[in-house]
Write a protein that binds this ligand. Structure first.
Ligand SMILES: [Zn+2]
Length: 117
């Protein structure tokens, strides 16, 4: 059982939380044109590493607020908790963010204002 540190409530049992899956998935803007395969990357495909993973969590049975976590999927160690909209600050978190295939995807480029690929 994990002990998760909610940034608003403190340490709580894992049973109070729900995992929202991969963090940092950017929605392509409507005015940008990407093809179906590129849109499928955004909509269906998720990063699934063996190791450090960036994911969203919600304190469902507590404050109900969302936050991000850097978690090692092998050891279940939670390396860092950080706010929604922020990026990880730890070395492991930064490396996981930068090395994710999504950073180079057309959908992510299309999610940035003026972004085209
Ligand atoms: Zn909370």
């Amino acid at each position: 059982m994990l002990l998760i540190h909610c940034p608003h409530c403190g340490a709580r049992d894992e049973a109070e939380f729900s995992c929202g899956g991969e963090a940092h998935i950017m929605r392509p803007l409507a005015e940008n044109k990407i093809n179906d395969a590129q849109f499928a990357d955004y909509l269906f495909y998720r990063h699934n590493p063996k190791g450090v993973f960036l994911e969203r969590w919600r304190h469902a049975a507590g404050c109900r607020k969302w936050f991000n976590a850097v978690r090692d999927t092998v050891t279940d160690e939670i390396i860092e908790i950080y706010a929604m909209g922020a990026k990880p600050k730890t070395k492991a978190g930064k490396e996981a963010f930068d090395s994710n295939w999504r950073r180079a995807s057309a959908a992510e480029a299309a999610a940035k204002v003026g972004g085209k690929k």
